[in-house]
Design a protein around this ligand. Structure first.
Ligand code: 5AD
Length: 487
């Protein structure tokens, strides 16, 4: 029996009966689904050495206070993907496989065409690795060829078949979530459907967990990557964390995309870890493993490679000083499109140099960091308490109602389900503030703090805060600045 979107959505662990009947349908949606054998997947996963297990490598890094490096990388053909990751492997700690856009839309027929055309052309004509089409055997060959853990990184609202295939093949981490892989990525996928489909993915991970296999799960922190205030993404991270834990996930990495102000970025990672534990424990979850990932700047990049290195290095510094478990690395080709292996390697090298120089230094812990940490926590608590109230005990429903009413609102997201009335802006220090709160239930004194900070900037620029100022901020980093000052 497939998921019927007329059924009410509840935040309850999917029963074996429902999961098993849905699984039949999921595996039947493309021929490669037939090769998936859960028992064989468990056996293979249990046989992986620790150095190839995401959860073990992340735990060792957090215990040692180290920040791991991860690139993004995906091409159309299997042998090219193996070569690409083999070449990147010496320069990073954990590996990705970035999935192409057709797979993200479940268009495996289009993938088949893209693969055939890439073979003819002798080079990748796709923007990622079509893992479903390469199937269990292709994905297994990839994992076998590598010495480090491999994660699936994508942007897929319905990622059930992709999860079945890649996890059975030996990938040990799975990115995404029902909110973070819908609202910033899709226009008209119902939130109810994507949350339900991600409950399936999380339950699948929970099933592996039941067999002693620790698969890492990573909600996608940066969202639209465009001036997202930390409290907005933290709320999504905590809700997706709670939804995942309910399905039996035990190893979570919560994410955050660099804002650009060093103090706020450090406070963001600090508050994310603390709030995660606060909410997960309050909901009765214990015995999970929690870590934090910092994404180097996810907005527009400068064209010039040398300028791009500046952005990359500020992100590397922030990740290290914030004590993130992992940093996702950008490349000097970011403004142009999918990077070459060499550009990817160079972004990693620049990041490594920064992490090596900063990693052993004491982390800043001044009053400014404390103030920002406290501010983010108060914002998150205000929003989440409203989400919980709207859900009347059901956070899945609460999330849907929160988006419908604008209580949760992700800046610049394409989804129809998103109100799009919350407007962010930088203050005079480049920290992200709220120009228009939309319907976000932020406390009055917090809003007054935002207003005062924005007023400081308005006065130093001699212009009133406006939508033009926001646009200037969106474009600032591409123009080699942080704050969109008038020329
Ligand atoms: N290989 C490398 N990087 C990729 N990105 C998207 N697809 C690929 C790929 N196939 C990167 C973009 C951007 C981020 C969202 O993902 O360049 O930095």
């Amino acid at each position: 029996m497939p998921f019927d979107s007329m059924e009410p959505l509840v935040n309850k662990r999917l029963s074996d009966r429902i999961f098993d009947s849905e699984r039949e349908v999921v595996l039947g949606t493309w021929p490669t689904g037939a090769d998936v054998n859960f028992k064989d997947g468990v056996r293979y996963q249990l046989g992986l050495p620790e150095k190839k297990q995401f959860s073990a490598v992340m735990k060792a890094a957090d215990d040692a206070g180290r920040t791991l490096l991860q690139p993004r990388a995906g091409v159309a053909l299997l042998q090219e993907q193996i070569t690409l990751l083999t070449d990147l492997q010496p320069h990073c700690d954990v590996l990705p496989t970035t999935i192409d856009a057709y797979t993200r839309h479940n268009r495996y027929d289009k993938c088949a065409n893209g693969i055939a055309r890439s073979r003819e052309a002798g080079r990748s004509l796709m923007n990622g690795f079509p893992a479903v089409n390469h199937g269990l055997h292709g994905c297994r060959e990839l994992v076998e060829a590598l010495d480090k853990p491999v994660q699936v990184r994508h942007g897929t609202p319905d990622a059930r078949l992709l999860a079945e295939i890649t996890l059975a093949a030996g990938f040990t981490s799975y990115e995404g979530g029902g909110i973070s892989y819908n609202i910033p990525y899709a226009k008209s996928v119902k939130l109810k459907d994507s949350i339900r489909h991600w409950q399936y993915c999380d339950r699948l991970v929970g099933r592996y967990e039941d067999e002693g296999v620790h698969i890492n799960r990573e909600p996608f922190g940066p969202l639209t990557g465009t001036l997202v205030p930390p409290f907005v993404s933290h709320c999504v991270m905590i809700l997706e964390g709670l939804l995942a834990l309910e399905q039996g996930v035990k190893c979570l990495t919560l994410g955050y995309g660099q804002g650009g102000n060093l103090v706020q970025d450090i406070a963001a990672i600090r508050s994310l870890r603390e709030l995660g534990d606060e909410y997960f424990n309050a909901a009765g979850f214990t015995g999970y493993q929690l870590s934090a990932v910092f994404h180097q700047w996810m907005g527009g990049f400068p064209d010039e490679e040398s300028s791009a290195y500046g952005v990359i290095c500020l992100g590397a510094a922030a990740a290290s000083l914030a004590g993130a478990t992992k940093v996702i690395v950008k490349t000097p080709h970011e403004a142009g499109g999918v990077p070459t292996m060499a550009a990817n390697r160079d972004g990693l090298r620049a990041t490594r140099q920064m992490i090596n120089m900063l990693g052993e230094q004491q982390k800043p812990a001044g009053e400014d960091v404390a103030l920002e940490t406290d501010m983010i926590k108060r914002e998150v608590r205000a929003v989440l308490s409203r989400v919980f109230a709207l859900g009347e005990g059901n956070i899945a429903l609460g999330t849907i109602r929160a988006f419908e009413s604008g209580v949760m609102d992700i800046p610049f997201a394409p989804a129809r389900a998103n109100a799009g009335t919350l407007m962010p802006i930088r203050d005079d220090n480049g920290a992200l503030r709220v120009l228009d709160k939309g319907n976000a239930p932020l406390p009055d004194d917090v809003l007054a703090f935002h207003r005062d900070k924005i007023a400081e900037r308005a006065s130093s620029e001699g212009r009133a805060p406006s939508f033009q100022m926001v646009i200037d901020d969106v474009n600032a980093i591409s123009n080699s600045r942080l704050i969109g000052r008038p020329c």
